[in-house]
Design a protein around this ligand. Structure first.
Ligand code: MOS
Length: 745
């Protein structure tokens, strides 16, 4: 099915099941401990052996020698996989770090061996008997020091529009500040874990993967096995946050270990290995320059972001959203990447926006203060309904045509498909009681607590990707949906079930949803907040086909039938849906594909975050008191699961603002705090009150569902809203995250 014009009225608009709150349909399995996660799938591999990953003890250099003799002779050991016997292991794919080192070592805790044994304890004990000598090389581990060699990257071309430097120099009011964000670790609850089993030349992985199609593709390339010989299953996933976007050492080495031993092999990464063995969010140094007239209108917007990565890795695109968020004729947007020998930086929790907004939205707060203007109002007057960096993206060659390009009168600039940032800001200000805020820092007090309020805008992309699904109606009137979409605790099972229920005119309990298996039709997966809109569109397409087959088989003219209450109806005639499948089940499969709507419209989600904090006047202790998110993200398919996504994002934003930081050992090149005792994340007591409000919005350019993703919007803008609240409470502006209490004394 091709979707190339904005959606009109369709069965989804009835909103009898879609759009209604419903708890996650797989929730009871999870809360009763009966949902089977990858590592626990004993049934598929009753005789599985255990693999234990050994991480490199240096960050950069070579393995001079490795003696595995003693480990091989240890009780229960079946095989030890190293670069010497593994065969070629490549570094291509979404994650570029090589999953098996040797002889070269590219980063600390890069896997150098997998010990396979009958039991986990035997594998772990034998791993301790491997003797390694390294030749340590000189590595680069310090981002500021690596700045000199930083380069542009094709993922984020330079944007130079108008005359930024000239306009900034002339601006009546300006901010020129530098903000830093630290390296961060995903710290999802379920570690990276895989069971690999070979049946002849066919390999099956039960693996914690956000995108099973990418896992299959990348594993195929990494170990040289044809894609069609690999199946990846990820029925339940205990969180991912971008860290399970493709295969890591657990999946790759479990596959090799299983091939070497002829046994199924299960590998889970121990928590202390994860920060350095897998990917993380890279630290940034960001300079933001804002120039405005006395009226608060931005005339110059500059955002430069520096991050580092190991060779082949990409930049944290922290400046990207600044091309879209506010109007302004003169723009400079530069993303620079330095080479570091730290572990790989890659997608984590709204990569780009989460870090970038931590700079831009604090700079906006600083500008508002200099202007003597309310920060909500400053954002509202700089709203734009068209992409402010169109035309001229990256060209910088024709300042004449590229200047003064904001405003709807210029047809060359693409409109946003929907953009209700202003409504989010106004609604949020009302609901939060923003009027009560005193713009003067340190003015409000509650005993020892200095009270402050802060806010920030939110923006996050709404990608839509072709996706398919298969739907089957059986004689009992049950509909089974199959899609390789995943659910990492996000609610995919539920919204996909709701989509099929709405389309087929059935209650949700008549739908069986099967996800996350590469044998099912391709539907991308969980990432980039693309999953919800993308996968449901595939289900819509398959259901349209099923409706046609059902209607025809029941003798209806398929043009004017309605599917409702378990019946197929037209005029006076009504037939039970199940009747169509009496003889045998009816299956339909289709894929939603897209024309150029995504090129004609800029598809983004918008929001506004508000926060109130208390800061102890004597100790600097910072406590969040309440938070509010207002989101505009198309049709909200399920307010319960969407809210859970957003409050999860808000908690992550609180972590980013106040506590999360991987400490870099700059001498030896590794992240020091590698467990949940030393890498702090927020707990319930850190988040006393959260409110989430969704604007009633439909985006007909996205798909017939008119929905967008919402999960990562929940984190974008949260940390700066907290930072701005702390400033309002204390008058102390800290620009180095996390905003720990010591920085406020
Ligand atoms: Mo997300 S970091 O796009 O999985």
């Amino acid at each position: 099915m091709k979707f190339d014009t904005p959606a009109g009225i369709n069965p989804i608009d009835r909103e009898t099941v879609i759009g209604k709150p419903h708890p996650r349909i797989e929730g009871p399995l999870k809360t009763t401990g009966t949902a089977i996660y990858s590592y626990e799938n004993h049934a598929v591999a009753p005789n599985a052996a255990y693999g234990y990953v050994v991480g490199a003890g240096i960050a950069k250099g070579r393995i001079a020698s490795m003696n595995v003799a003693e480990a091989e002779a240890a009780p229960g050991v079946l095989a030890i996989i190293t670069a010497d016997n593994a065969g070629p292991v490549k570094s291509s794919g979404f994650y570029v770090a090589k999953p098996l080192a040797g002889p070269d070592v590219d980063h600390y805790h890069q896997a150098i061996a997998l010990v396979v044994a009958d039991t986990f304890e035997q594998a772990r004990a034998a791993a301790g008997l491997i003797r390694v000598d390294y030749t340590r090389g000189k590595g680069a581990f310090d981002l500021p020091a690596a700045r000199a060699g930083a380069k542009a990257h094709q993922r984020q071309p330079d944007v130079r529009i108008g005359d930024f430097e000239g306009a900034f120099a002339k601006a009546a009011v300006k901010v020129d500040q530098t903000y830093t964000t630290p390296d961060q670790s995903h710290m999802m609850m379920e570690p990276h874990a895989t069971i690999a089993r070979w049946d002849g030349d066919e390999l099956t992985l039960w693996s914690a993967q956000q995108i099973v199609g990418w896992a299959r593709r990348d594993l195929a390339n990494k170990i040289g096995v044809p894609q069609d010989k690999i199946r990846v299953v990820a029925t339940y996933i205990g969180g991912g946050f971008g860290g399970k976007g493709s295969v890591c050492s657990d999946a790759v080495l479990a596959s090799l270990g299983a091939r070497a031993t002829g046994r199924a092999v299960k590998v889970a990464l121990p928590r202390p290995l994860m920060p350095n063995n897998t990917t993380h969010r890279a630290a940034t140094i960001q300079r933001v320059r804002l120039g405005a007239g006395k009226d608060g209108k931005l005339i110059a917007i500059g955002h430069e972001s520096l991050s580092g990565n190991l060779p082949g890795g990409g930049p944290e695109i922290a400046a990207a959203q600044t091309e879209l968020l506010y109007a302004g004729a003169n723009r400079l947007n530069l993303t620079r990447l330095a080479t570091l020998d730290l572990p790989e930086g890659n997608a984590m929790r709204a990569p780009g926006e989460a870090s970038g907004m931590m700079a831009l939205e604090v700079a906006m707060d600083e500008l508002a203060e200099k202007l003597g203007m309310d920060p909500v109002e400053l954002r509202i007057i700089n709203d734009t309904q068209v992409v402010p960096s169109d035309p001229g993206r990256g060209s910088g060659t024709d300042p004449q045509s590229a200047s003064g390009n904001q405003g709807p009168q210029k047809p060359a600039a693409r409109p946003f498909s929907t953009r209700e940032l202003v409504q989010c800001l106004r609604t949020g200000a009302d609901r939060f009681g923003w009027k009560a805020r005193d713009p003067k820092p340190g003015a409000r007090r509650d005993g020892n607590w200095l009270i402050g309020m802060g806010m920030a805008s939110a923006i996050r992309g709404a990608p839509i990707i072709p996706a398919g699904a298969r739907v089957t109606l059986d004689a009992k009137g049950m509909v089974t949906v199959e899609s390789n979409m995943t659910d990492m605790g996000t609610g995919s099972y539920t919204i996909i079930g709701q989509t099929a229920a709405e389309m087929m005119g059935l209650p949700l309990d008549r739908i069986i949803v099967k996800l996350a298996d590469t044998r099912f039709p391709e539907a991308f997966g969980g990432g980039g907040q693309a999953g919800a809109a993308t996968a449901t569109a595939g289900v819509y397409a398959a259901c349209v086909k099923l409706r046609e087959v059902v209607a025809t088989s029941l003798g209806f003219n398929s043009g004017d039938v309605e599917f409702a209450d378990g019946e197929v109806r037209s005029g006076n005639r009504r037939v039970p849906l199940a009747g169509a499948a009496k003889a045998k089940p009816i299956t339909a499969e289709d894929k939603m594909e897209y024309g150029d709507l995504s090129k004609r419209y800029e598809q983004q989600t918008f929001g506004a975050h508000f926060c109130e904090v208390g800061v102890d006047a004597w100790t600097g202790e910072i406590r969040i008191r309440r938070m509010l998110a207002v989101c505009a993200a198309g049709r909200i398919l399920n307010p319960t699961t969407a809210r859970s996504q957003v409050i999860g994002g808000m908690v992550m934003g609180a972590g980013a603002a106040l506590m999360e930081e991987l400490a870099v050992d700059k001498r030896f090149g590794f992240f020091v705090n590698h467990d949940l005792a030393s890498y702090e994340v927020p707990v319930h007591a850190d988040i006393p009150h959260q409110d989430v409000f969704f604007l009633d919005e439909l985006d007909p350019t996205m798909s017939p569902l008119k929905a967008k993703g919402v999960g990562e919007l929940g984190i974008s803008g949260v940390a700066p809203a907290i930072a701005n609240a702390i400033y309002n409470a204390t008058g102390i502006r800290v620009r180095e995250y996390p905003l720990t209490l010591d920085k406020h004394l």
